[in-house]
Structure formats: C-alpha cells, structure tokens
Design a binder for this molecule. Structure first.
Ligand code: SF4
Length: 493
C-alpha cells in the first residue's frame, strides 16, 4: 500500500514492521518509560453510538509538540460489528500494534498500558502533521484487514491529565478480562490456540495460549484467542488440538509438540507450557516479564518491562536480559511471560512454582502481591534486600527459603532440588598425595580451587603424609572462593 486515494503523507506497508526510530531521528516520543500511555478497544453493541471513521483528539497535536519531547498518549477505539463479541476486544486491540507498525516513520511497541511510540523527523518532513492522520490510517487498516469490523471510531489523547484519567478506566477493563480467564484450566478444554502475529520479527516463535498460560505479551487470554479464531479463521490465531498429555506437571502435549515443529519450521519439537528450565516456551520480544535463572542460588528471578529497578542481582538490567530471552528462541535459563501467568495455578509448576522464586523487582512484587502464596511472600527478595548475589544468598539463608534446603514440588510432593545449605559449611579434608611425596612445587591451574556456589569447596591439596604429623582439616564457612593460583612448596630440611 502506498500514499494514494486516502492521501496519507506516509507509506503503509507491512515491510515497515520492525522499523525502529532511534532517539536521534525522533520527532516526538509518546508513552514509553516516562509518560503514561495505553491502547484500548471497546465493543459498542449499539451501532448508532459509533461514528464511523470519526477521529477526536484531546490535547496537543504534533505541531504543538516540542521536537525531541515525550508526551502522554492514549488511543481508544470504539468498534461495532454484528459478528463482534466482547471477547474480541482484546484481539482487535492487539492488532493495533500490527497495523500501526505498517506506518512508515511510526514505531509502535508493546501493548495495553505499556505502549511506546516514536514518530520520526523524516515522517514529519514528508508531511505528517497530525495524529489524526495516524488514527485515520489505522482505522482504514483495521477495517480492510478485519472485515467483521463494520464501524470504528477513534479517540486519541495527548493531554496528560486526561490520559491518566482514562488509563484508570482502561486498567479496570484489562483487569476484568484477566479475571474472567482465571477460572478455566488446561484440563477443562480440548484445544489451545496458537498465535503467529509476532513471527514477522521472530520467525521461530511458537506462541501457545492455554487457559492456564496467558499469552506472553499479556494481551490475549484463551477466551480472546478462541474468539479471534472463530471470527478470523485465516488469521494468526488457530486452534491447536491438545492431543495426548505427555507430562501433566510440565504441561507437555502431543498436539503442542506437533505445533512447535510446524510453527518453528522444525527448530523446536517440544514445549512444556509450565516449565522454566526444561523445554521452555519460546519468547518473541513482547513478553511483559522476563525471568532469569540464578545458578548460584538455584532459584529464579523476575523483572518486568517498565520496571523502575535498574539492575537485578545478576548485574543485568531488564533490557539486557530481554536481549537474551527474545527472538523467538527456546532459551534454557530465561523465560518471557505475561503478568497474568503469575496468577496461574500452574505457574512454572514443573520447576517448583513460587517455591523456586527467589527475587523480584519490588514494583513487580507489589503489583502481583495477591498472586504470591502467603508462606512465600516474605521469602522473596527484592532489590531492597538483595542487590547482588552475596546479599541474595544471605537473605535466602536468613528467611529459610525452600531453595536453601531443597524445593519440594507442591503438585506431586517430589523433592526436585537438593538445596545448598550443606555447602555453606564444607569440610574439605586434605587429599593425601600418592606414594613418592609431593613435587617440589605444585601449581593448581586457575579455577581448580574455585568455591562451589554457596560457599563450599573441596581443595585437592597434594600433601604428603611424610610432611605432616596429622591430617589437615580445613573448614570453610560462608566462603565464595575463586583462587587464581595456588603454590605449595616442600619445607626445606
Ligand atoms: S506475543 Fe504471542 S500471543 Fe502475543 S501477539 Fe505475539 S505471537 Fe501473539
């Protein structure tokens, strides 16, 4: 599609999906990390209440904005169609990202209240002078791509106070949608749903939406996906027959595995829906929350997009972790999820669920505090208690977190980790050298005497029993040892 009968001063083409507008080339930024923003679709059952193709803007338009500035941004669409049902609101809303990504010089990222938009200087130079042009183009795309939308009206808001007010209303709608999805479980249905929307930039991504696993972008529940598949069978959402259940705890099904092969082009052959470390779900780039395994404490940490917390105990910010998680890959040790998955009764249950969670960004922990079981709430550290690995380990010991002595999986009572409490006090006995005594000088290569995680180490000291009257006993307490070089010399007679 090009500039044509609609008279838009920009191209509209799927090839612009994934286009990035860098800060240096940006005219303005809307929403994002520093200003409130959201997008919302509302189904209006009365066609008379939708003014088709009408656009209203509340707040400053592009010419009134300062170049390089950041502004609040709200996009509300009212839709009507005989085939539309309430469950489709979230589905249509999710497509806003796709269609706005077709607009040259307009970068749209994320969803719901996390949206982040940038408009390029080039787009403005070419004649873009109003957000109303963006809204008109978006409505045109929606109606041509989703013909079941018969009428559509847009309200765009850049007035910050109004965005904040409407955002509160939007959050209530998001919450109601999320609550609806919580009462249904994987075993209650015969089909899950695939979503291929993000394959345009993550071609091997396999998104599977089940009742107990909301989409990792957070925008689509099982109900939403079902509604989308019904109304748009040729679209990105299609049913996946569950098939046989191979692993009820991990959430592995033959139907999902077949879909994994088909959708990833053979890259992956199996996925466990409720596992973190083994055959995890793939992650494109839209996940609301990134999880990371922390081998030093054998636990899992979480940080969300938009968190105010700049670093995690592993020393990486969200952006760096997101780089490891994304791209449509199945990455052991990292996982992208939707926020609502924290409320799932099957939340990473293969790996011990909440009993395996050791750290969360404080703003995330506060946001999902109702999802955390009472007995775990005080045992999960945030950046306030644990900014690095050492303080995290101390915290976990102090609160007697399950990872310390070993995690017992709630769903089947099986002990799935050994814990590391025993390693904290390690008694490393001297190793007696073979007959012939030790060499004159022994140098251990770097790393050979490295402390094992939580503080224990067995030191392979080659000491002859001819040199010592009694065996040496070395006790290491709370030690984290990394010895670059050890030299032992024979005592001169
Ligand atoms: S993250 Fe998954 S469910 Fe969400 S839009 Fe992308 S492919 Fe679809």
């Amino acid at each position: 599609m090009a500039e044509g009968e609609e008279g838009f001063p920009f191209d509209l083409n799927p090839m612009y999906e994934g286009e990035r507008v860098r800060r240096a080339g940006m005219y303005v930024e809307l929403g994002g990390q520093t200003k409130p923003g959201f997008e919302l679709v509302i189904f209006e059952p009365d066609p008379a209440k939708v003014r088709d193709n009408e656009v209203t803007l509340i707040g400053p338009d592009l010419p009134e904005m300062e170049e390089g500035g950041t502004y609040a941004y709200g996009m509300i669409y009212k839709v009507y169609g005989k085939l539309i049902e309430k469950d489709l609101e979230a589905v249509i809303e999710r497509r806003n990202h796709e269609y706005q990504s077709y607009i040259q010089g307009y970068m749209h990222l994320n969803q719901r209240a996390e949206i982040w938009v940038r408009i390029s200087k080039d787009a403005v130079k070419k004649g873009l002078k109003s957000l109303k042009q963006i809204a008109k183009a978006t409505i045109m795309l929606f109606k041509s791509e989703l013909p079941f939308i018969e009428k559509m009206e847009a309200l765009y808001i850049t007035d910050e106070a109004e965005v904040v007010k409407q955002l509160e209303m939007a959050k209530k709608i998001y919450e109601a949608r999320d609550l609806k999805a919580r009462g249904l479980h994987d075993e209650d249905v015969d089909e899950f749903y695939q979503c291929t929307l993000c394959q345009s930039f993550a071609p091997t991504n396999v998104c599977v939406v089940s009742p107990d696993r909301v989409a990792l972008c957070g925008a689509m529940s099982w109900f939403d996906s079902r509604a989308a598949a019904r109304v748009d069978p040729e679209g990105p959402n299609a049913p996946i027959p569950k098939g046989e259940c191979i692993d009820p705890i991990g959430g592995e099904y033959t139907g999902v595995n077949e879909a994994a092969v088909r959708l990833s082009g053979g890259e992956y052959d199996s996925i466990k829906l409720h596992s973190f470390l083994e055959k995890p779900h793939t992650s494109c780039g839209c996940f609301e929350v990134a999880g990371f395994y922390i081998p030093e404490v054998d636990g899992i940490g979480w940080i969300h997009r938009g968190s105010k917390v700049s670093e995690t105990p592993i020393g990486l910010p969200f952006s760096t972790i997101a780089g490891s998680v994304g791209g449509g890959k199945q990455v052991r040790g990292f996982l992208g999820i939707g926020i609502q998955y924290f409320y799932s009764s099957k939340f990473i249950q293969y790996d011990g669920g909440w009993r395996r969670v050791v750290w969360m960004a404080s703003d995330l922990k506060e946001r999902v505090k109702d999802a955390i079981p009472d007995e775990m709430r005080e045992k999960i550290a945030t950046e306030k208690e644990a900014a690095d690995l050492e303080s995290l380990r101390e915290f976990l010991l102090r609160v007697d977190h399950p990872v310390v002595k070993g995690v017992i999986r709630e769903v089947d009572g099986k002990k799935i980790t050994e814990g590391w409490a025993a390693e904290v006090e390690v008694e490393a006995e001297a190793v007696i050298a073979p007959p012939g005594g030790p060499p004159e000088e022994v140098e251990l290569p770097p790393g050979e005497a490295r402390g094992a995680g939580a503080g224990g180490a067995e030191l392979p000291l080659p000491i002859s029993d001819t040199d010592i009257a009694a065996p040496i006993k070395i006790t290491l307490k709370n030690a984290d040892i990394n010895i670059g070089r050890v030299i032992l010399r024979r005592k001169k007679e």
